[in-house]
Design a protein around this ligand. Structure first.
Ligand SMILES: Nc1nc2c(c(=O)[nH]1)N(C=O)[C@@H](CNc1ccc(C(=O)N[C@@H](CCC(=O)O)C(=O)O)cc1)CN2
Ligand SMILES: Nc1nc2c(ncn2[C@@H]2O[C@H](COP(=O)(O)OP(=O)(O)OP(=O)(O)O)[C@@H](O)[C@H]2O)c(=O)[nH]1
Ligand SMILES: [Mg+2]
Length: 455
């Protein structure tokens, strides 16, 4: 039988209310030992808040409210109890300790949601949406996660699976009637319907990059020579005095990351150490970090000091940026221009160049606009449809599409129906990985391990 588990459902730290959640067959028994109602007693009325107190041998721990959800009508589908005590890490910790010494085991991270999944309360895409919702950093990311939690992606995947089941049934019928014309007709109608499914899946996969961008945000590295104005740009974009700015080249040593929300898209802006050859040990480490950051960024903002002449370091940086998405910002527009912009266009023909001033704020609205268009490709679709949002889901969809393509090819080239069916089965299984219905236990464990405690 499943263990009864308990964990704080609210984050540690000060807060108005803290919640300890208990789930499993002994949930109510644990609550009875831990929580004493003020009026009436046990059994508690399911789903109604009851006022009372939590005490231990030494006396009162906290006054609290408790609620009991009878299986299967709860988040996990098991018996669930919640004790809502005062917020703050001490009260929550003591209440949890009471539960743990009265029959509950400390939950693993993600174990409540894993139980909800195993009890059929949600599929894997919905469970993943729970975590995305908790981690959402913008309105758009939140509404995407809420959509997925409501079962939108699950619905679309299950509809595709239903269609596959139909097709497999048709092929079975054709196998029972081995006349040439029945088989031919079936194969050609099946091939056409597989084509439609490939379009549907292809559209989902094509939108994946947007789904991921919303969920994870984009990494944008600010790079350039020392003193170009990178940290000034970071501060100006954030409208906050975040990074140290001085006129001493080599001011920024470590990378510094802050998040800016642009049209609902989380942008992780990373200020880096100015790139140059000389510098002490600390600065050299900073420069190595800057290069690593550049490597993993989705977009580079190359800040050049427009009031200085181009140098060898600029040429080298252009070289390093050749295969990257780059927006070049010719900074210090308020000063007299010395930098030869034509050189930039020569070095990096694919890059756009914008003249700005991080000091006066000139051109920064345009910078924000360009960052957004560069990252989204300019054709940003409003949330609404189902979206694949993580690499796991996208990989499964790609696998399903490959199987569908094989099936369509076989059907069109007049292969035997059972040959086609094998690939349709593969496609069905690959789609099932998105909803978690055809996934191995170990893989499922690995997904839930990344969740937070109490969820
Ligand atoms: N206090 C508290 N707040 C919470 C949660 C929770 O577990 N506890 N949730 C989670 O972390 C989320 C809500 N999710 C929930 C989902 C289903 C049920 C539930 O009891 N479902 C029953 C009854 C539905 C009904 O009354 O119509 C069911 O589906 O049968 C409860 C919470 C967000 N807020
Ligand atoms: N006139 C003018 N000065 C600027 C502008 N942007 C930055 N500065 C000045 O340039 C100097 C260097 O700015 P920072 O933002 O520290 O430059 P950085 O690129 O971060 O430099 P490192 O951290 O050393 O790599 C400071 O004195 C800034 O005030 C600008 O648009 N116009
Ligand atoms: Mg700096």
């Amino acid at each position: 039988m499943a263990r009864t588990i308990a964990a704080p459902a609210t984050p540690p730290g000060q807060g108005g209310v803290g919640i300890v959640r208990i789930s499993g067959p002994e949930a109510l028994a644990v609550l009875e030992k831990v929580f004493r109602p003020q009026k009436g007693g046990y059994p508690l009325v399911a789903r109604r808040m009851t006022y009372g107190r939590v005490a231990d041998e030494k006396g009162l721990v906290d006054e609290a409210l408790a609620v009991y959800f009878a299986a299967p009508h709860s988040y996990t589908g098991e018996d669930v109890c919640e004790i809502q005590c005062h917020g703050g890490s001490m009260a929550v910790r003591r209440v949890l300790e009471r539960c743990l010494s009265n029959g509950a085991a400390l939950a693993q991270p993600g174990e409540f949601t894993k139980r909800a999944f195993l009890n059929g309360r949600m599929d894997l895409s919905q469970a993943e949406a729970v975590m995305d919702l908790i981690g959402a950093q913008s309105e758009r990311a939140l509404s995407q996660a809420a959509d997925q939690l409501s079962g939108r992606l699950r619905g679309e995947i299950e509809a595709m699976q239903d269609a596959l089941t139909d097709l497999m049934a048709q092929l079975e019928v054709a196998l029972d009637y081995p006349e040439e014309d029945v088989e031919e007709e079936t194969l050609s109608s099946v091939a056409a319907r597989i084509g439609l499914l490939r379009e549907q899946g292809g559209a989902l996969l094509a939108q994946f990059s947007q789904g991921r961008l919303l969920r994870e945000g984009a990494r944008v590295a600010i790079v350039g020579r020392p003193n170009a104005g990178k940290s000034s740009l970071l501060n100006a974009l954030l409208e906050a005095d975040r990074a140290i700015v001085t006129d001493i080249p080599g001011t920024t040593r470590d990378t510094l990351e802050e998040t800016l929300i642009l049209n609902g898209l989380p942008i992780h802006l990373v200020d880096t150490a100015g790139l140059r050859q000389q510098g002490d040990a600390v600065e050299r480490i900073g420069i190595a970090r800057a290069r690593a950051e550049l490597e993993q960024s989705d977009l580079a903002l190359w800040v050049v000091d427009g009031s200085q002449r181009a140098g060898e370091e600029d040429r080298q940086l252009a070289q390093a940026l050749r295969d990257k998405a780059v927006l070049i910002l010719a900074n210090k527009q308020d000063l007299e221009r010395q930098f030869d912009i034509a050189l930039l266009e020569q070095w990096l023909p694919q890059a756009e160049v914008l003249a700005i001033s991080a000091l006066t704020g000139n051109g920064l609205d345009e910078v924000k606009k360009r960052i957004f268009t560069r990252l989204t490709g300019g054709n940003w679709e409003e949330a609404g449809g189902a979206r694949l949002t993580n690499a796991r889901q996208a990989a499964a969809m790609a696998q399903a599409l490959a199987a569908l393509e094989r099936a369509e090819d076989s059907a069109r080239s007049g292969q035997s129906p059972d040959f086609v069916e094998i690939d349709l089965r593969d496609a069905f299984a690959a789609l099932g990985e998105i909803t978690g219905h055809t996934l191995h236990e170990q893989i499922i464990d690995r997904i839930f391990e990344k969740f937070c405690l109490g969820k």
